[in-house]
Ligand binder design. Structure first.
Ligand code: ZN
Length: 149
């Protein structure tokens, strides 16, 4: 199986079986985002405990890239501190060429930091889809910035 095919399967798996899909009754932080270019919508809710995300939920609709990105993100961030999430978000955006920086790809380190998220790197071939992949991450940044606990 080619790497491209593997990435496509990872994205389709998250699209068809979204992780942490739904909502949280009393979230500490929430945000809604949309990508009018594609019609993608994402709502993110998180529970925070002393700066650590202890629960997360996402719901939305749109293309496979946006929804898979949201699913991968929600799956990843639970258990991470807000600071760790900020670092991860920068890495994802660097991977997508939205921001300068080192995404930590092609590292020799075992268990590359991005893991499954590297599947999103394929969208760089389709610039119009970059916003789709980025939408959940930008929305998450807004959610965490809105937290006024
Ligand atoms: Zn999209």
């Amino acid at each position: 199986m080619s790497l491209e095919e593997l990435y496509r399967q990872v994205i389709l798996d998250h699209y068809r079986n979204p992780r942490r899909s739904g909502s949280i009754e009393h979230p500490d932080a929430t945000a809604e985002g949309n990508n009018p270019l594609c019609g993608d919508e994402v709502t993110i809710e998180v529970v925070l405990d002393e700066g650590v995300v202890t629960d997360a939920a996402v719901r939305g609709r749109g293309c496979s890239i946006s929804q898979a990105s949201a699913s991968m993100m929600a799956d990843r961030i639970v258990g991470m501190s807000v600071e760790e999430i900020a670092t991860l978000t920068r890495q994802v955006k660097a991977m997508l060429d939205i921001e300068a920086g080192d995404p930590g790809l092609d590292s020799d380190r075992p268990g590359a930091v991005l893991g499954d998220l590297e599947a999103l790197a394929g969208v760089k071939q389709f610039p119009v889809r970059i916003k789709c992949a980025d939408l959940p991450w930008t929305t998450l940044e807004e959610a965490l910035a809105s937290d006024v606990v």
